[in-house]
Ligand binder design. Structure first.
Ligand code: NAD
Length: 361
């Protein structure tokens, strides 16, 4: 029997709704596999601002520190209210602040396309016959995001300058993590860089090659980022695990996130060097559909499954959740965002979709 303590930060909009469903799923797994999960709820985003006039109060950080992992919902208000203090920079002040507070240097997003709902994808159906399951790792604390940025004048012309840097430890930390995850999946990894031009990428490629030598059981290759952006569209099934730097990961992970056809499908995780992690859906708080029992809970439920696998080493339990979600889709159950008009589809609400997942567990 495993015992784990989870900090639950549901946030705003659909966050609390889909979080409640993920917790029902976790409780089902705890019962079935005889584990004990204890949840401590804390405020983040606009919900925290209402109580503390702070989007990430110290009380929330302390609760996160005292738990084994963070399960995060989503934060933020309607886009037309972003000028209000409650919602201004809400995402940066809570989720980015949380990343900074815990030194999360590795981000992972998982993109799954089930063949049954492949018609929602902008990709051609023949590319998706067997579905897709791709994980992308993005480094979070280096690259041009943390360099110098100047926009000025030089020699009478407007002039711009950006700098970026990586050291070998930063690269090794994420590449090593990506290899460890590749071992639990399809044993195939592609490291993406721009080593034909950039010094940061040359170092990235050197270090990635060194780490690859320690893992001969994993099929490893390098790919230039421009080629990778094309290959994701032309032949996505070739990818299992992608690992890349901050800037390229920002762009490629957004490219991957539109392939499934709904933002409600993509779980993500952020890890620090110490192994501490936060799990969250990749989408936002969707205020336009909040409180209506129509949000897709899959990304939140799969984020909880990732937590079981990567933070608690409960791989069988994580697979039980992943398979249960897949079985609900195969049986025709869909939230509204996944409706494609095909015969046999049963359009259900957030709770009712989760009921099916729970039955399948
Ligand atoms: P969004 O991701 O919230 O919504 C975009 C569209 O996708 C909306 O039409 C929404 O209804 C739909 N959608 C998103 N998740 C869904 C789900 N689970 N089920 C069904 N449909 C879903 O992006 P937005 O509208 O640009 O932003 C809304 C708020 O979310 C903003 O305040 C933004 O800052 C915030 N945001 C937060 C995070 C985060 O918490 N990590 C990430 C992105 C955006």
């Amino acid at each position: 029997m495993a015992k784990h303590n989870i900090a639950v930060l549901a946030g705003d909009g659909i966050g609390p709704e889909v979080m409640a469903e993920a917790i029902r799923v976790l409780d089902t797994v705890a019962n079935k596999f005889n584990h004990q999960f204890t949840y401590t709820h804390a405020l983040a985003g606009g919900a925290a601002y209402d109580e503390y006039q702070d989007h990430l109060p110290q009380a929330t950080i302390d609760i996160c520190k005292n738990n084994d992992a963070i399960l995060f919902g989503s934060v933020g208000g309607p886009v037309h209210l972003q000028h209000e203090a409650k919602w201004a920079n809400c995402e940066a002040k809570s989720i980015l602040a949380l990343r900074k507070a815990f030194n999360f240097n590795i981000n992972l997003r998982k993109m799954t396309i089930f063949p049954e709902i492949a018609s929602l994808s902008p990709l051609k159906p023949e590319l998706l016959k067997n579905g897709l399951d791709i994980v992308i790792f993005r480094e979070l604390l280096g690259d041009v995001y943390f360099g110098e940025h100047t926009l000025s004048e030089k020699d009478g012309k407007r002039y711009a300058f950006d700098s970026g840097a990586y050291d070998e430890d930063q690269v090794k930390s994420i590449v090593q993590y990506a290899f460890n995850v590749a071992k639990t999946r399809g044993k195939k990894i592609v490291s993406v860089d721009k080593a034909n031009v950039m010094a940061m990428s040359k170092l990235w490629r050197q270090v990635a090659n060194e780490v690859a030598k320690e893992h001969p059981e994993i099929e490893y290759s390098d790919m230039l980022v421009d080629n990778c952006a094309m290959q994701i569209i032309k032949n996505p099934a070739q990818f299992d695990v992608i690992v890349t730097s901050n800037l390229f990961g920002d762009i490629l992970s957004d490219e991957l996130s539109v392939l499934s056809g709904s933002l409600g499908m993509m779980p993500s995780a952020s890890f620090s060097n110490s192994g501490f992690a936060l799990y969250e859906p990749a989408g936002g708080s969707a205020p336009d559909i909040a409180g209506k029992n129509i949000a897709n809970p899959i990304a939140q439920i799969l984020s909880a499954a990732m937590m079981l696998a990567y933070s608690f080493n409960l791989h069988q339990e994580a697979s039980a959740i992943n398979n249960a979600v897949k079985a609900a889709i195969v049986a025709g159950y869909r939230t509204g965002d996944l409706a494609s008009g095909q015969a046999g589809e049963k359009i259900v609400g957030t709770k009712e979709f989760t009921d099916q997942v729970i039955c399948n567990i």
